[in-house]
Structure formats: structure tokens, C-alpha cells
Design a protein around this ligand. Structure first.
Ligand code: C2E
Ligand code: CA
Ligand code: CA
Length: 720
């Protein structure tokens, strides 16, 4: 899930905001091109319009020339001579026949077809013009020059002067000859010449200098048009830039929001998940060792109950800050959820890492002054990624979730610890997790299929060597998991609550077995059944047990209930009342594992128990330990003063048996007498009743010796 959302946020933050940059560049180029093209278009349009005008006037001049030639009109000829327009006449081959001007007509020519008043005209460049020239068969403009010229001509527009001869002509006469032709340098105009070919009727060509003209009005249109276009594009450009910046900011904000933890205000796991994986995959980090930590503020829930949830969250915020202050720049931390933090540390040596983690725990503990808080830390080591030659190679696959889960699995093993503690993950833990899973997967079916088997471990009176009791111990004969001893599954069932089913199962089976044996005439002794502490939450536990035993029809005196010492920590009142009820119903009640873990001397005071089972730990280690002996004998004495019987568990040596017998211990349950055994074997024990392992051993020794003697006799006989 995290991965999927992370992908979308990545996509979102990758949102091609930077694409706007090439777009803007592209648009700028387009704008420039568009400006050039539109300017050129406009100038051409304006020029061609003026060219059209001037071409028509030049054509008139040509007609006047033809007319004057035909009619030999001196006035007209005079006018032609006076006319300011430069012209000359050539034959078809281009030889000049007549002319009024210096020939500045260049070789390069172009055919203009755009003008709609005639199909086409041919123009030649004017060698004196710097602005217009012929290129690729068309007219081209040198822009810089053009503008310079325009500027220049606007600044220094000379007075329009009519030639003296013309000054006498009346206005009508001037109109008649279209004197506009003469007024070349009208104010606010700039003109640029080309030579136009005007065909004559007889095939000669009238060459006339005609002018492109630009006036201030035209220029204003061009400038306004260009300015509008430019402004439009500029606005577009600015809009795009602003939009990009805004989008980027929004993305950043959104990403930050997505990566911020709601409670601590620091980073959350989503951030660390993405950033951590990216970082660990970098080439430069390949040669470094990292450690993924799961730091859990143990009993956070209790803290919230004692204080308030708000206070609890404030503390989490503070813890996040403390972690942040204790890690280096390139290391990472995040609030994972509830009261857990994920931290990624760098380290060189494992011992140094552990020291650092312990120091960090110390700082965390100080975050709640005056309070006893504890932290459990699980660590998964991420060693440097090296190839066979010891060279660092980039980590290709990094799954931070798995690394955290491993750290978490290591941390979970500390759950029962009442102090702050650290645990490093190893592959054994994975196996343990797998085992846990398969046990839980199979539990229900196992119960239905009666895969759980009751084993009996006899208890003997050390003074008489007579069978005087037994403890029922569970075994799991599983087709999937094999023959499993309780140490491997009882703690799992205690954790997941299935233990209550197991205890019921055991009570039912033991009661049924006892009833069966009673009916078969065996000499019955009480059998004790373990009842887990999880049961004591139930008010009617005593009634439940009574009903189950009654269902089998077993007299209550043949059933004993063993309570573990840890059960005595829970609700004392409920426990006392259950014990009282059980006793009232006629069951024997014993305290299991007395002396292990926490001392419950105090609970002895209030609990009306029948039997005290001395924990096997008393009989481990040095047999000659006089202090140990003192403790055991005093415990037995204490039990006696409280009118309780004693059972010593886990006794394996004759010397201990003798000592316990001397001290007045009532029963011994240990390998010295017997290991836990299936019901059929236990039946044999019931039949015999008496067991003296020492005597059995001596008998066995004698048998062996006799056998050996017999064998050597045979051999001796053979050799004779
Ligand atoms: P426990 O109730 O203290 O049971 C005594 C354990 O000590 C048994 O282990 C027994 O086999 C072992 N033991 C007895 N004598 C000796 C000895 O001389 N030397 C050594 N080394 N060990 C000895 P087991 O059967 O593996 O049971 C382990 C624990 O599992 C039990 O400890 C009990 O806490 C739990 N358990 C077993 N069966 C049940 C059950 O039916 N219900 C519940 N709730 N717990 C059970
Ligand atoms: Ca027990
Ligand atoms: Ca025990």
C-alpha cells in the first residue's frame, strides 16, 4: 500500500514542471520567428502597396513617353526631361536607346507576382540602394539598414522643392500631369528604389526607377501590430512562468504534507521508506554498514492511561525530536506508528553501534523526567554490499519494509523485558516467526483431530519410593510438525489465547483417563494439571473445572490444579476466590515453579494452597552448594508451617533425593524416578506403585556382571 501511494506521489512530484522550461524556450523562439515573419509581411504589404502606386505612375510616364514620341509633343518631352523619375529605354537586347538618367540598374532581377493589379512585373535592384536587394529571385530587405534609413529620412526630410520650370504651372496643370510623381520627398516618408521593367507597345522596354515608400502611419501600424503581438506573447510567457513556479510550490507542499507525521510533526514512515531505499541504492553508500532500528516506547498505552492521550502524543513528539538530535545528517528517522520509531543509522563496528543505541535509549529515557519509561530496540544490520573481491557494488534491491519488519521481529522478543533493552535480528528469528505461524495455522485442526497427547510424569515419595502422584504434561503429535514438546508451542498459545482451549482439553482428558483407570481398578494417585494464568480472567474458572471433571465422573480428589507463579501477579482477589472455590469442590491446588523468576513469598501469605512445587532451578548446578541446601530446606520448613505439602521438581541425582527425604520433602518429580511418559507406560507404574531406581541400578549392574562372567566362562571353556 505504502509502495503504491509512494509511487503516485513520486509521479506527482515528478510532474513535468521542468518541461515548461523547454516549452518556454521553444515559445520564445517561435515568438521571435513570428515577430520577424509578421514584421516582414507587414512591411512587404505596405511596400507593395506603395510599389503598386509608383508602378502605375511610372507606367503613366511610359505612356507619356510613347505619346510624346508619336506626336512629337515638345511640351511633354520637356516634361519628361524635367521629371525627377529616372528612366531609360532599351531594346529587347537591353541596349539603351534613350534615357534621362545614369544607369544604376543592377543585373539581379526578380519577378513580383503578388500584386493583384497586374499579373507580374520584373524588377531589378538599384545598385545605389543598400536596403533592397534581390535574393533567391525575390526582393529582400536589410532590416537594420531599413530602419536606419527610415530614421534618417524622417529626421532630415528635405523640403520638397519643385523644379523652377514647374513652379509656373497652375494647380490644374499640375494635377493633370499628376505632379504627385514629383513630390518624392514628402514629409514623413522614406523611399527605397528598384528598377521596374515596363514593356512598351513596340517591344522596347521602358525602365523606370520606382520606389517603395514607408510613411510614419504605416510604420505606426507595424510598430503597434508588432507591439501587440509581442505583448501578447510576453503575457503568455509570464503566465507560463508563474504557473510553473506555483505548480512546483504546490507539489512541494503536497509532498511535504504527505511525508509529515500527524502526531510528531516530523517525518513519517512513507517518507523514510522512499528516501531510505533511494539512499541505500546509491553507489556511494554501498561500502557503508547501516542498521535499521525499531525503537518502541514500551507501555505507551499505560502512559496514555496514566496521563492523557494528548500528553502521550506530546511525549512522542519529544521522542521524535530527541532521535532527530541524536542522528547524523545522512541518517534518517521517522515515526512508524503507535509508539514505534524507525531509524536508519550508519556504523563501522557492531560494538560501537550498540554503544550508540544505548546512549540513544538513555537520551530517550530522559525525555520524560520523573517517569519510568523504557524502550525496546530491535536492530536489523545492513552490511556493506561487497563482491567476492571485496569491492563495493551498488545495492540493487533494498526493501526497507522487510528490514523494518526484521528489526521489529527482534524487538518483539524483548516484549517481556521490564527494562530498556536491545536485540539484534538474526536469521533464527525468521525461523522462529515461521514456526510461530505454522503452529498457529495448525492449532485448531490439531485440537479437533486430538493430536495433543497427555503424558504423565510420576511423583514419588522419597522416603518410601512409592508412587504418590503425577503431573499431566502435554505433547503434540503433529503430522505436519512432528512430535513437539510443550516448550515450543505453549508460549505461543499463551500469547494468542489458545492456551485456554488446551487447558480445558487437558483437564477433560486427564479426568477421563483417571475415571477409566479407576474403573479398571488401578491404584489411583492424584494427577496435577497445569492451568495457565490466562484463565484467571474468568470468574467461573472453578465452576468450569468442576463441571468438566464431573462430566467424566471422576472424584475431585484425584485432580490437582497447578497454578504458575506468574498467575499470582494478576488480580489477587479473583485468584484467592478461585482457589477457595476449587478447594471447596475438593480439588488440590498447587503453586508451580515456586522460587523461579519473581519471589512470591508474599503471595504464600494470602493463598490457601495445598502444595508448593519447588522449581527445578533449585536442583541445577552445584550439588554441594550449601547455601542452596539452606534455601531448599527453609522453603520446605516454611511450607510445612503453612500446612502445605512440597514437591521437588527436576531432581535427577540420588544425593538430592536423599537430602530432600531428610528435609521432609513429600514428593519428587524428576528424571531420577521417571520422565514424562505415555498413559500406557504410566499404567504399568500404577500397577507396581513402588520404584527404587538405586536398587534397580544395582540389579542391572549385577545382571551385567553375571552376564559378563558367563560370557568369559564360555570363552575360557572354549579355549580349553
Ligand atoms: P512445568 O509445569 O514446570 O513442567 C515440568 C517440566 O519439567 C516438564 O517439561 C518436565 O518434563 C520437566 N522435567 C521434569 N523432571 C525433570 C528433570 O529431572 N530434569 C529435567 N531437565 N526436566 C524435568 P515439559 O513437559 O517439557 O513441560 C514444559 C512446560 O510446559 C511445563 O513446565 C509447563 O509450564 C508447560 N506445560 C506442559 N504441559 C502443559 C499443559 O498441559 N498446560 C499448560 N498450561 N502448560 C503445560
Ligand atoms: Ca507444572
Ligand atoms: Ca514446574
Amino acid at each position: 500500500m505504502v509502495r503504491r501511494t509512494e509511487k503516485s506521489i513520486k509521479k506527482l512530484s515528478r510532474n513535468r514542471w521542468w518541461l515548461t522550461i523547454p516549452i518556454v524556450i521553444f515559445l520564445s523562439i517561435c515568438t521571435y520567428q513570428l515577430l520577424v515573419v509578421s514584421m516582414r509581411g507587414l512591411i512587404y504589404y505596405i511596400m507593395e502597396k506603395s510599389l503598386e502606386e509608383d508602378y502605375l505612375r511610372a507606367s503613366d510616364l511610359m505612356e507619356m513617353y510613347e505619346y510624346a514620341e508619336k506626336n512629337n509633343d515638345i511640351n511633354v518631352k520637356k516634361f519628361l526631361g524635367l521629371n525627377e523619375r529616372e528612366w531609360f529605354v532599351t531594346d529587347r537586347e537591353g541596349t539603351i536607346l534613350d534615357g534621362d538618367s545614369e544607369n544604376t540598374c543592377g543585373e539581379n532581377s526578380a519577378v513580383l507576382t503578388k500584386m493583384d493589379f497586374i499579373s507580374e512585373i520584373t524588377v531589378h535592384e538599384d545598385l545605389e540602394s543598400d536596403v533592397l536587394y534581390i535574393s533567391n529571385g525575390g526582393l529582400a530587405i536589410r532590416y537594420k539598414k531599413l530602419f536606419k534609413e527610415i530614421d534618417h529620412s524622417f529626421e532630415e526630410t528635405p523640403e520638397t522643392e519643385l523644379p523652377d520650370e514647374m513652379k509656373d504651372l497652375s494647380e490644374e496643370e499640375m494635377d493633370e500631369h499628376d505632379l504627385m510623381l514629383v513630390s518624392r520627398n514628402l514629409e514623413d516618408r522614406a523611399s527605397f528604389p528598384v528598377w521596374a521593367e515596363i514593356p512598351m507597345q513596340d517591344g522596347r522596354i521602358f525602365m523606370a526607377k520606382i520606389f517603395f515608400r514607408v510613411d510614419a502611419g504605416d510604420l505606426t501600424v507595424v510598430v503597434i501590430a508588432v507591439a501587440v503581438l509581442f505583448l501578447f506573447l510576453f503575457i503568455l510567457f509570464v503566465y507560463l512562468v508563474i504557473r510553473t513556479i506555483r505548480l512546483r510550490r504546490k507539489q512541494k507542499k503536497l509532498t511535504l504534507l504527505y511525508h509529515t507525521d500527524e502526531i510528531t510533526g516530523g517525518y513519517n514512515w512513507k517518507w523514510m521508506h522512499a528516501a531510505g531505499e533511494r539512499y541505500l541504492k546509491k553507489k556511494k553508500t554501498a561500502k557503508m554498514n547501516f542498521a535499521m532500528l525499531d525503537i518502541d516506547f514500551d507501555q505507551y498505552r499505560n502512559y496514555c492511561i496514566c496521563h492523557t492521550v494528548e500528553e502521550g502524543e506530546k511525549l512522542l513528539e519529544k521522542l521524535d525530536e530527541v532521535i532527530g538530535n541524536n542522528i547524523a545528517k545522512k541518517e534518517m528517522s521517522a515515526h512508524y506508528g503507535s509508539a514505534s520509531f524507525a531509524v536508519l543509522l550508519r556504523y563501522d563496528r557492531e560494538e560501537e553501534l550498540l554503544e550508540r543505541v544505548k546512549a540513544l535509549i538513555g537520551s530517550l529515557e530522559q525525555a520524560a523526567p520523573g517517569q519510568r519509561v523504557r524502550f525496546h530496540v530491535g536492530i536489523d544490520l545492513i552490511p556493506a554490499s561487497l563482491n567476492e573481491n571485496g569491492r563495493a557494488v551498488k545495492r540493487k534491491k533494498v526493501d526497507l519494509e522487510t528490514l523494518y519488519n526484521n528489526a521489529n521481529a527482534a524487538r518483539m522478543t524483548l516484549e517481556s523485558k521490564a527494562e530498556s533493552a536491545v536485540q539484534i535480528f538474526d536469521s533464527g528469528l525468521v525461523e522462529e516467526q515461521k514456526w510461530n505461524l505454522s503452529v498457529q495455522e495448525n492449532q485448531e485442526k490439531a485440537l479437533r483431530a486430538e493430536e495433543f497427547v497427555v503424558y504423565y510424569q510420576p511423583k514419588y515419595d522419597p522416603r518410601t519410593n512409592m508412587l504418590s502422584g503425577a503431573e499431566a504434561l502435554i505433547r503434540w503429535n503433529s503430522p505436519e510438525l512432528g512430535f513437539v514438546s510443550p516448550g515450543r508451542f505453549i508460549p505461543i498459545f499463551e500469547n494468542n489465547g489458545f492456551i485456554t482451549e488446551i487447558d480445558h482439553y487437558m483437564i477433560r482428558h486427564v479426568a477421563a483417563d483417571q475415571k477409566k483407570w479407576l474403573d479398571q481398578g488401578y491404584h489411583l494417585v492424584p494427577v496435577s494439571v497445569n492451568v495457565s494464568r490466562a484463565h484467571f480472567a474468568e470468574n467461573d474458572l472453578a465452576e468450569q473445572i468442576r463441571d468438566m471433571v464431573d462430566e467424566a465422573g471422576t472424584p475431585h480428589r484425584y485432580i490437582e490444579i497447578e497454578l504458575t507463579e506468574s498467575a499470582f501477579f494478576d488480580d489477587k482477589k479473583a485468584l484467592v476466590s478461585t482457589i477457595r472455590k476449587l478447594k471447596k469442590y475438593g480439588f488440590t491446588v498447587s503453586m508451580d515453579d515456586f522460587g523461579s523468576g519473581y519471589s512470591s513469598l508474599n503471595s504464600l501469605k494470602d493463598m490457601p494452597l495445598d502444595v508448593l512445587k519447588l522449581d527445578a532451578e533449585f536442583f541445577r548446578g552445584d550439588v554441594e552448594d550449601s547455601r542452596g541446601e539452606i534455601v531448599v530446606s527453609e522453603a520446605i520448613r516454611l511450607a510445612k508451617s503453612l500446612h502445605m505439602r512440597t514437591v521437588a521438581e527436576g531432581v535427577e541425582i540420588k544425593k538430592q533425593v536423599d537430602f530432600l527425604a531428610d528435609q521432609g520433602c513429600d514428593m519428587i518429580q524428576g528424571y531420577y524416578y521417571a520422565k514424562p511418559m505415555p498413559g500406557e507406560e504410566y499404567e504399568v507404574r500404577m500397577k507396581t506403585g513402588f520404584k527404587d531406581p538405586e536398587a534397580e541400578k544395582m540389579n542391572e549392574e549385577m545382571d551385567r556382571k553375571t552376564e559378563e562372567a558367563g560370557q568369559s566362562g564360555e570363552q575360557a571353556g572354549e579355549s580349553i
